[in-house]
Design a protein around this ligand. Structure first.
Ligand code: Q46
Ligand code: ZN
Ligand code: ZN
Length: 306
């Protein structure tokens, strides 16, 4: 397959956009799309001071790289969680993040959780009921707390995270499964600052995970490929597996799912549907007499009649 923009061989094909691109044009496209997404949702101006939450993974390092290339002034924040479990996960993640920052002359802040609080995240989780099996919820609380504190103390206006479409779709799916209206209401590409909470943005929320992975790979970013050992089998990952099955059958399903949600939310949730309902008046089909909202014959009569 050839690149859509030049005669080169395509390095990646995005079936949902009908877009095959070569390395060079993909890197260009990816940066443009990030910029466009940030404008669309009013995420940033070049005046704001940004703190990027970096984990050493493909998403956060790619995000930092793209913000840097787009000339947004962004520092990085790495939290050492003390996750090891025989894999050296936290130490290796920090090493790669440090190297990334040094290569680009970017400023990296590091908060080492065990050093500051005297316990690693898994140790802390072990003492709580919900953290016994899996430390993720405890870890989430810890990370949110530290990111916000570091952003406030450092005088940053906004916190940027590398959440991609797969992450957002999985969270949306879980929020819907639980009908968690509060979380649904809060799930957004942009959260404004309020009452001591620093605002948050997710400039990658419209990219599939394979697209951020392709960016990191084609850009030559060295990132930690192993997942955190606690990620295996957590709820989010289970939802991701289900959504991937759906996506394989219906390319674009994840994107429609997420963007549709944002659309419905913007229109005022159910109010939008109710309004539509009110406008759609029923009248008897001239052929069969059954009620229909179609102008003229109902859908069935049109089907049979043609
Ligand atoms: S780092 Fe923390 Fe994740 Fe590891 S312990 Fe769970 S929440 S899986 S993004
Ligand atoms: Zn090309
Ligand atoms: Zn507190």
């Amino acid at each position: 397959m050839r690149c859509r923009k030049c005669p080169q061989k395509a390095a990646i094909h995005m079936p949902h956009h009908h877009l095959p691109l070569c390395r060079e044009h993909y890197l260009e496209w990816f940066i443009e799309q990030t910029d466009r997404c940030m404008h669309k949702y009013g995420m940033l101006t070049h005046q704001e001071r940004i703190l990027v939450a970096v984990s050493g993974g493909k998403d956060s390092l790619s995000l930092w790289d793209v913000l840097w290339r787009l000339d947004y002034p962004a520092d990085g924040l790495f939290i050492g969680l003390g996750v090891d479990e025989g894999t050296g996960y936290s130490a290796r993640s920090l090493e790669l993040t440090r190297r990334f920052a040094e290569e680009r002359g970017l400023r990296l802040r590091v908060v080492d959780f065990p050093q500051v609080y005297g316990k690693t995240i898994p140790e802390l989780a072990h003492h709580t009921r919900r953290g016994q099996v899996r430390p993720c919820s405890v870890c989430g609380i810890g990370k949110r707390h530290i990111f916000n504190q570091a952003a406030l103390e450092g005088g940053y206006d906004i916190l940027a995270t590398g959440h991609n479409l797969d992450d957002e779709a999985a969270v949306l799916f879980s929020n819907l499964l639980n009908w968690d209206i509060d979380q649904l209401d809060r799930q957004s590409p942009v959260l404004l600052s309020r009452d001591g909470l620093v605002g948050k943005i997710k400039p990658f929320c419209r990219f599939y995970e394979r697209e951020t992975a392709a960016y990191a790979l084609l850009r030559g970013i060295e990132y930690i490929e192993d997942e955190c050992p606690f990620a295996v089998g957590n709820h989010t990952n289970t939802n991701k597996v289900l959504l991937n099955q759906l996506e394989a059958q219906q390319p674009g399903a994840k994107l429609n799912f997420y963007l549709g949600f944002l659309q419905v939310k913007k229109g005022g949730w159910l109010a939008a549907a109710q309004q539509k309902q009110a406008h759609a008046d029923l009248h008897p089909c001239p052929t069969c007499g059954q009620p229909t909202t179609n102008p003229g014959d109902c859908a069935f009569c049109r089907l049979i009649g043609n």
